[in-house]
Design a protein around this ligand. Structure first.
Ligand SMILES: [Fe+2]
Ligand SMILES: [Fe+2]
Length: 338
């Protein structure tokens, strides 16, 4: 079983892909001869992730056992409420959400642009035949390009795919542009939570762990965006376009599966290795990862939704207040809460 891959192998695409075009714009991925959508750079990565997962399991390890259900039930505004806004001509809320999602995806290109430290010097075991030994050999590059595209080649990534989905549903530029919040990771991410290991290694491990939470939040949010777009009572004059927009989000979700798989694999591998500590000792990776994950999961399931709700509820009420019949719309909105 091959466990060591070159960057070219990890970046490789299926040879017979036909290009992926939306509204005349080239975006990543493509279609197999049988018409199935294929994510970008999936050929080598999917094979490699399978091989590394088998190898991890054959050594008694397992992929980190977490999934998006962790964050279920934590939405501030639900799908029926979004539909109330859209049915009443209050489209800016959903338009902003699609725009912000695209801009947050664009930030993921950092993974392709930044230089990250090699983990091998701080890990006792040989990691050259593990996924975590390939982070700087194509895996983070591919992940970053999936999110932010290859603008120099004219190929859009997830950022552009969200903007296209939005424009399909709404038409071009119905509202002023909007920017996402500065930081969507846990604010304490800058504090030392793994002081046993060098700060730049903690930075990489915490980035990967935060990314997994962001991917989980995305998984649920993307499904809701699709449910809104597929509701027959909204975008009534643009049903075909809204259905296509939902289909584009489905392709993004197919791509994101590779990200979730890979991040759970990285964390699972990190749990099986031994880190060298800054004071000359060692510490089990599992201790570091479980400790960090526990704090992050608490933030993501308790503190973050609370803060998000406190921020968003007055904003949406202020937006409803701009309607000609604010009391009626607010009552309709409240009636479908929960
Ligand atoms: Fe993405
Ligand atoms: Fe992603």
């Amino acid at each position: 079983m091959q466990l060591i891959y070159s960057e070219d192998e990890l970046m490789s695409d299926h040879p017979d892909l036909s290009p992926h075009l939306v509204l005349g714009q080239r975006v990543h991925g493509g279609f197999l001869p049988d018409g199935r959508y294929q994510p970008p750079r999936a050929l080598g990565r999917e094979e490699a992730f399978e091989a590394w997962t088998s190898s991890l399991e054959s050594h008694g390890g397992k992929v980190y056992p977490v999934d998006a259900s962790l964050l279920e039930g934590l939405r501030v505004i639900n799908v029926p409420q979004q539909r109330v806004l859209l049915r009443n001509g209050l489209g800016r809320w959903f338009w902003n959400q699609l725009t912000v999602t695209g801009k947050i995806e664009a930030r993921g290109r950092l993974l392709a642009e930044a230089t990250f430290p090699d983990l091998q010097p701080v890990i006792v075991e040989d990691i050259s035949d593990m996924a975590i030994g390939h982070l700087g050999k194509g895996l983070l590059l591919a992940h970053g390009l999936d999110e932010g595209g290859s603008p120099e080649a004219g190929i859009g990534g997830h950022d552009v795919m969200w903007f296209l989905a939005r424009d399909l549903a709404f038409g071009a530029d119905p509202y002023p542009d909007v920017e996402p919040p500065e930081n969507i990771a846990r604010p304490e991410a800058s504090a030392r939570l793994m002081p046993e290991i060098p700060i730049e290694i903690e930075g990489l491990v915490s980035l990967l762990t935060n990314l997994l939470i962001i991917e989980f939040r995305a998984e649920l949010g993307f499904a809701e965006s699709q449910a809104i777009l597929r509701s027959p009572d909204v975008f009534v004059d643009r049903r075909d376009e809204a259905e296509l927009a939902a289909e584009i989000i489905e392709r993004i979700r197919t791509d994101e599966l590779i990200h979730v798989t890979s991040l759970c694999l990285y964390l699972g591998e990190l749990c099986t290795v031994t880190f060298r500590t800054v004071d000359g000792g060692t510490i089990a990776g599992r201790e570091l990862i479980d400790r960090y994950w526990e704090g992050l999961a608490r933030w993501a399931t308790v503190e973050q939704p609370q803060a998000m709700g406190d921020r968003v509820r007055p904003e949406v009420e202020a937006y409803i207040a701009t309607h000609d019949e604010p009391a009626r719309v607010q009552a309709e909105f409240d009636a479908v809460a929960g």
